[in-house]
Design a protein around this ligand. Structure first.
Ligand code: BES
Ligand code: MN
Ligand code: ZN
Length: 497
């Protein structure tokens, strides 16, 4: 989809040739003398339009309005969150129509966060999956013009909004692909393609190399699959070569059957989304490839399939991780932590300024937080706060969870240094405590996106989360990154330690 930005007042928007025009009407809407304003003011007065977010009034061939379809959308207090809900409702309402060109008027005085919300909501509501349909239908919307008071004023924010939306879409599309298509090898190919398009360094390692490096834990998870495992390393250099990078680690289980500890068959298809962490890291790289922030960023993606087979790893097996720690496998369905732990150890070689792993790690996190907020675990308060703030700003929120040592008690093993599962209680925290053993001497955060990476039921599909959070976080790190002339001591810079 193409977005563009155009300087247009409401009179100009009313005259703009397009298939549908969306006017956001918030509580602070002040009508002018143009036909659009008058229509909205009349509708408000008559009680046919409520400024509450999500309320819509649709009109057809209204006098003085060039667009055949007009949608007045209540935008509440005009906050980014309310505007997102309004635009989402308006664009979703258009999906049945064949509208190809859409104009959305940004409310007067909107800031960059509101602009981002408009672009994100439009992209989110108009996305249609077609990759494996025999008749590609439904992707009618092609061009969306955002009408603003002053296009120059919004230019930078618009670039961020578009790049973020394209990163989210990329992650959604990869996540939605079936597991016989989105294999570990395909993830490697996608990484290579991104690298070529944006000039990243890229390495994609196979099982032999993974074994040679010593990632015995990661290797064990994929050994029951016909699909060979891949370890993907992507490097974006936007700052001086010596500048310590931020490392993003994404769980890339392209299908999680549970392995020998096999899952029940109900909804097992949804375990194709178990590579949502990997997809979001790749989507984030697509966005930073377009935005080119002044930062160094590394992506590490262990990708494999968790399958039952004669060659599978099994309960009771003991594997040796890259860190040297031995791990007793008590449940082969707790596989995410087994691939992430080796990537966390590998991350140490980049001497990173921080490492953030992203994983659909535990059903327990879904139980704890539902699908509203991702679970955030962090060893560093500054890093945690920066991620919480980025999530709120990007409307892709997370919630901090504890890391008390007592939560690791259940991970004791009689036969290895650690077991791969603790008790059922506090499952999301147990898993984080397991990972924490492998986080090196860098600030570390873990995002458990089990509840947020995809939706089930009738709206089944990948969400692309937490690409919005990650892009927002990275851009924030960059503005305040230390310059060559010395460390910027801005207060919101992530404080480590
Ligand atoms: N990929 C799953 C986590 C998951 C399950 C995410 C359901 C979203 C919905 C993960 O690999 C897993 O199976 N975790 C187990 C851990 C348990 C065996 C300790 C779980 O959550 O049940
Ligand atoms: Mn599992
Ligand atoms: Zn899994």
């Amino acid at each position: 989809m193409d977005f563009d930005l155009k300087t247009l007042d409401l009179a100009g928007a009313a005259a703009e040739k397009c298939d549908a025009l969306v006017l956001l009407v918030g509580e602070s809407f002040r009508p002018g003398k143009d036909p659009l304003s008058r229509l909205a003011a009349d509708a408000l007065k008559a009680g046919d339009l409520e400024p509450k977010a999500g309320k819509l009034l649709q009109a057809y061939r209204s006098a003085g309005i060039a667009a055949p379809r007009l949608i007045l959308a209540g935008a509440g207090d005009g906050s980014a969150k309310k505007v997102h809900a309004a635009v989402h409702a308006a664009v979703a309402g258009l999906r049945a129509s064949r509208a190809r060109r859409l104009v959305i008027c940004l409310p007067a005085g909107a800031d960059d966060a509101v602009l981002r919300a408009v672009v994100a909501a439009t992209a989110e509501a108009s996305y249609v999956y077609i990759a494996t349909k025999s008749k590609p239908e439904g992707r009618e919307l092609q061009r969306v013009t955002i009408a603003v008071a002053d296009a120059d004023r919004y230019k930078a924010g618009f670039g961020v909004a578009k790049a973020t939306a394209s990163g989210i879409e990329f992650a959604r599309e990869l996540g939605n692909l079936p597991p016989n298509v989105a294999t570990p090898a395909r993830l490697g190919d996608e990484a290579r393609k991104l690298a070529k398009a944006h000039g990243f360094r890229c390495e994609v390692l196979g099982p032999k190399e993974i074994g040679k490096i010593g990632m015995g834990s990661f290797l064990a998870v994929g050994q029951g699959s016909e699909q060979p495992s891949r370890f993907i390393v992507l490097q974006y250099q936007g700052a001086a070569a010596g500048e310590p990078p931020l490392v993003l680690v994404g769980k890339g289980i392209t299908f999680d059957s549970g392995g020998i500890s096999i899952k029940p068959s109900q909804e097992m298809d949804e375990m194709k989304f178990d590579m949502g962490g990997a997809a979001s890291v790749l989507g984030t790289f697509r966005a930073i490839g377009e935005l080119r922030p002044a930062l160094n960023v590394v992506a590490l993606i262990p990708a494999c399939e968790n399958m039952p087979d004669g060659k599978s790893f099994k309960p009771g097996d003991i594997v040796t991780s890259l860190s040297g720690q031995t791990i007793e496998i008590l449940n082969t369905d707790a596989e995410g932590r087994l691939i992430l732990c080796d990537a966390l150890t590998y991350a140490q070689r980049f001497k990173p300024s921080a490492v953030i792993d992203v994983a659909t790690l535990t059903g327990a996190c879904l139980v704890a937080l539902g699908s509203v907020r991702s679970g955030l675990f962090a060893t560093d308060d500054g890093l945690a706060q920066a991620l919480l703030d980025a999530g709120d700003a990007a409307l892709d929120p997370c919630w901090r969870m504890p890391l008390d040592d007592e939560y690791a008690d259940g991970l004791k093993s009689n036969f290895a240094d650690v077991a791969n599962v603790g008790g059922r209680a506090g499952g999301a925290v147990n898993a984080a405590k397991f990972l924490q053993r492998f986080a090196g001497n860098y600030p570390w955060a873990h995002l458990d996106i089990a509840g947020t990476a995809w939706k089930g039921g009738a709206a089944k599909g990948s969400t692309g989360r937490p690409v919005g959070l990650l892009v927002q976080f990275l851009l924030g790190q960059q503005r305040l990154a230390p310059s060559k002339t010395g460390r910027a001591a801005k207060p919101s810079r992530t404080k480590r330690g």
